[in-house]
Design a protein around this ligand. Structure first.
Ligand code: PHE
Ligand code: ZN
Length: 883
């Protein structure tokens, strides 16, 4: 007995590893699901009627054991084919319900009791503000009822919801509303029926007193679809942009992919308490409210952009994810990589394509490259996991999208579309694998992607080095490219990958001598270009056609030339980033000796002149020019240094900003003046670009250190008529020692006290301040009445932003930032393990830093590992990070 207990304890500390190679098809299928919910905050009763059938692909049937997943519920009863089971006829433990199948086909009825109001994990059925809502991806359905909680079990659902009419006038689930009825005792009932078979992770239920905004969309075959967005009362005026984005996304999917919406209604619900960004439940998308609610005075241009892309992303899942879903969770990128690629392309078509590409690459580099080079590296299609929640990663999403993008580049728009058409034709209604997707691409185009498939199985970012040789006599240019991928945890041997590399050869006069996509397949490969009349400047990996690091740094002269002349806008920006990185990295190294950032930087006039040429080039889009002015961030610079000194990086980057501000002061003042707008705020890309350019100007002017520009920021704060201008000003003030900072922060707090989405900006801003009192301020803000550890957005805004977006203060040498952070992660782990684990990555970066910091970070990880009742989620991240 005692021994057993110890064993249990040990097991709970070392969660089981699930492996992709162990996949077997389900023993039984479930074809129809009937659910009845009697909603109650403390004690909801769920009655489930499941029709089982032995899986013809498996030799199973009568007498075989049926294993259903279930957690955190009270089992009230089980009946098979109408007869209640005696306690001896089934086994139930903390994670499952087991019984023997009476025959090949049978009906099981199960009653469970759950407590939505006590559900702090926000997985399964929970309460957000006054509403009930569900989150079932990846494995939340097993917290509602016992079920085969795996995506390859697909069923049609009929859902009955019983709830009090006054507190829950709105009752929603997937599919079509079949009936609404009044019941006794002030309760009412709604019945929903979803005709499309789906895995249980796409099930959803919402009930509450919500306001509704309505519109409609006429599809390509002339059907009218009712569109509804449900929000807390009072937010009805903040849904216009989300609704407009939805309609544009529906139209885009018809135009570009030929995909039409398949039901007569599409619902979106915005809730304040949500673990992630949003969820694609069939015809009932549930959103984190911050990705729906927007008005000119509450949302920045970036918020509008995010809303547009996330609304589109969830909508696009209706085909890429719902109609065709994943066989198992190792295939997650099948739906996520594809859907991210789709939403990126939608945004590119709706806005500026080069600027969208720059932002997508920045995101990949900031989030995915460090992941792929660190302790949590895993392939786009992982081979194993302990907790699937931990694999909703930048690798599965962003790198997965890059892999789809490369197939698009290799096959061309038409070939890609042929592959997509075949994929949906073949697999509609099925749960399939990443390999099935690639096979559809191959079969539709008659190509072989055997080597290309390695992108799904091999982790790590490839490093490319190129060398060029010009032969003036032969008029040829020989380009040699080498690729190499460093070992990653558990994967030491790396193969050469196939990738499309777009290149351009430019003449000194700026003429494009050649533009081509080359197909790199070897570890070292030579390409010979003929009829090249002069020694060219090479524009390499244009448009970031392959998601790799390029180790070759051209001369500063060539980089300045590319900044001003490349015909590929992405690479114009990239040249500036490379140039800036080279200067900053060298200066950080020199700073170590002198301790003087200005001296360490030395003469940067040539770089400033190249920036000036971009800033003042009216042929370039303003959004692009704004992007081109922004230096690589502190975290990005850290990635290129070993060890990284966060304080040196901060000092050098600030010094560079001051030099640029001083050198381009006249031009920035002109840009600030000339880009003021008298028109009413509009979130469109052109207006946003104009504001972005003006914001960059203000921020560089303030970087000069001249107090007039801090006054200017305060003036902008006071007179702003939109959130973008207000936040820009506040971000400038936020790093200052100036009474204007307190004035603006206090004004912001009182102005938006009642808006929970906006007040998160106020928390984040303070957590991201470079001021040295920031940690003390963050600790104080934890006691602010609007702060709670129970709301993921609040935790991310204050605690998460401090660790993820404030390198200088998180990494203070005494380790106080690490200690504070580990304490919060452990506190959160008891409430919401999924969010705690998602926030834990920053402590795993210890290898990047000096011995002192590394030891302190590891000590915190070990302290977390010693925590009592540590969740499987946080255990997986902490144990892999410390190793
Ligand atoms: N599937 C969601 C998306 O990418 C993300 C998500 C995962 C949401 C898990 C909640 C829980 O669109
Ligand atoms: Zn998604």
């Amino acid at each position: 007995m005692r021994k057993n207990k110890e064993k249990d304890h040990f097991m709970s500390e070392q969660p089981q590893v699930i492996r992709r190679e162990d996949y077997t098809a389900p023993a039984f299928l479930i074809e129809t699901v009937e659910l009845v919910f009697d909603l109650d905050r403390e004690a909801t009763t769920v009655t489930s009627r499941l029709s089982f059938k032995a899986n013809p692909d498996r030799a199973t049937g009568a007498g075989d054991q049926v294993v259903l997943d279930g957690e955190d519920m009270k089992l009230l009863s089980v009946a098979i084919d109408g007869t209640a089971l005696a306690a001896s006829d089934y086994q139930v433990d903390a994670t499952s319900l087991k019984f023997n199948a009476p025959s090949d086909q049978f009906v099981v009825e199960i009653q469970t009791r759950i407590s939505p109001v006590n559900n702090t994990r926000l997985e399964g059925l929970y309460v957000s503000q006054s509403a009930y809502c569900t989150q079932c991806e990846a494995e939340g359905f097993r917290r509602i009822t016992y079920f085969q909680d795996r995506p390859d079990v697909m069923a049609t659902y009929r859902v009955t919801i019983n709830a009090p009419r006054d507190s829950c006038p709105v009752l929603l689930s997937n599919g079509n509303l079949v009936s609404s009825t009044d019941l006794d005792d002030g309760r009412h009932q709604a019945v929903w029926d979803d005709p499309f078979p789906k895995p249980c992770y796409l099930f959803a239920l919402v009930a509450g007193d919500l306001a509704c905004v309505e519109d409609s969309f006429n599809t390509m075959t002339g059907r009218d679809v009712a569109l509804r967005i449900f929000v807390e009362h009072g937010n009805e005026d903040s849904c216009d942009y989300a609704m407009d984005s939805l309609k544009r996304a529906m139209k885009w999917d018809e135009d570009v992919y030929g995909l039409e919406y398949d039901l007569d209604l599409f619902n979106i619900v915005a809730v304040s308490d949500f673990n992630m960004g949003a969820m694609e439940n069939k015809s009932l998308n549930v959103f984190n409210a911050k990705y729906i609610l927007a008005k000119s005075d509450t949302a920045t241009d970036t918020d509008f952009e995010l809303i547009e892309s996330i609304v589109a992303h969830e909508y696009f899942h209706n085909w890429s994810g719902n109609r065709v879903t994943c066989r198992d969770w190792f295939q997650l990128s099948l739906k996520e990589g594809l859907t991210v690629f789709r939403d990126q392309e939608f945004s590119s078509d709706e806005r500026s394509r080069p600027v969208q590409r720059i932002k997508d690459v920045q995101r990949l580099r900031a989030g995915q490259f460090p992941e792929d080079g660190g302790p949590l590296a895993h392939p786009v299609r992982p081979d194993s996991y302990m907790e699937i929640n931990n694999f909703y990663t930048a690798t599965v999403y962003q790198k997965g999208a890059e892999v789809i993008r490369m197939m698009h580049t290799l096959l061309g728009t038409k070939g890609y579309r042929k592959g997509i058409d075949l994929y949906f034709e073949r697999h509609d209604g099925q749960a399939v694998t990443c390999d099935d997707f690639v096979r559809a691409m191959e079969d539709a185009n008659g190509v072989n992607f055997d080597q290309f498939r390695l992108w799904y199985s091999q982790s790590g970012t490839p490093n490319l080095v190129w060398n060029g040789e010009y032969d003036a006599k032969q008029q040829t240019y020989r380009l040699t490219i080498e690729q190499k991928t460093e070992p990653t945890p558990g994967q030491v041997i790396k193969s050469d990958l196939q990738m499309p590399i777009k290149i351009g050869l430019l003449g000194r006069d700026g003429d494009e001598l050649l533009a081509q996509t080359i197909d790199l397949t070897l570890g070292k490969q030579e390409f010979l270009f003929e009829d090249i009349a002069q020694e060219p400047v090479v524009s390499f990996n244009r448009d970031f056609s392959a998601p790799v690091n390029v180790g070759t740094t051209p001369s500063h002269d060539d980089l300045a030339f590319l900044m001003g002349n490349d015909t590929d806008a992405f690479n114009r920006w990239e040249a500036g980033q490379k140039y800036a990185s080279d200067l900053l990295i060298n200066a950080v190294k020199a700073f170590g000796q002198s301790g003087n950032a200005d001296e360490a930087l030395g003469d940067v006039d040539a770089f400033c002149n190249a920036l000036r040429a971009t800033l003042t080039n009216d042929d370039l889009d303003k959004a692009f020019r704004a992007q081109a002015m922004i230096l690589p961030g502190e975290a990005m610079l850290s990635e290129q240094l070993q060890p990284a000194d966060p304080e040196a990086i901060y000092q050098v980057r600030q010094a560079m900003r001051r030099k640029i501000g001083l050198s381009l002061q006249d031009e920035f003042e002109a840009a600030y003046r000339n880009n003021a707008s008298n028109d009413a705020y509009s979130p469109d890309a052109t207006s946003a670009g104009q504001r972005a350019l003006r914001s960059v100007a203000l921020s560089y002017l303030a970087a000069t250190g001249e107090s007039v520009f801090v006054d200017l920021a305060l003036e902008q704060y006071r007179t702003a008529d939109n959130m973008t201008d207000r936040m820009t000003a506040l971000m400038v003030l936020n790093d200052q020692d100036h009474p204007g900072r307190d004035e603006a922060l206090a004004d912001f707090e009182s102005r938006f006290a009642s808006n929970t989405v906006v007040i998160d900006k106020w928390f984040s801003l303070q957590a991201m301040s470079s001021r040295t009192d920031t940690l003390a301020q963050v600790k104080k803000l934890m006691d602010h009445p609007a702060f709670t550890m129970r709301n993921p957005n609040k935790v991310r805004a204050l605690v998460g932003a401090f660790a993820m977006a404030n390198q200088r203060n998180f990494h203070v040498a005494d380790g106080s930032g690490y200690r504070f952070y580990a304490d919060r992660l452990m506190e959160l782990d008891d409430l919401n393990p999924q969010v705690a684990a998602r926030l834990a990555a920053p402590l795993g970066k210890w290898r990047k830093f000096d011995e002192g910091r590394a030891a302190k970070m590891k000590a915190e990880l070990n302290r977390i590992l010693a925590k009592e009742n540590l969740s499987r989620d946080l255990y997986e991240i902490a144990s892999k990070s410390v190793a």
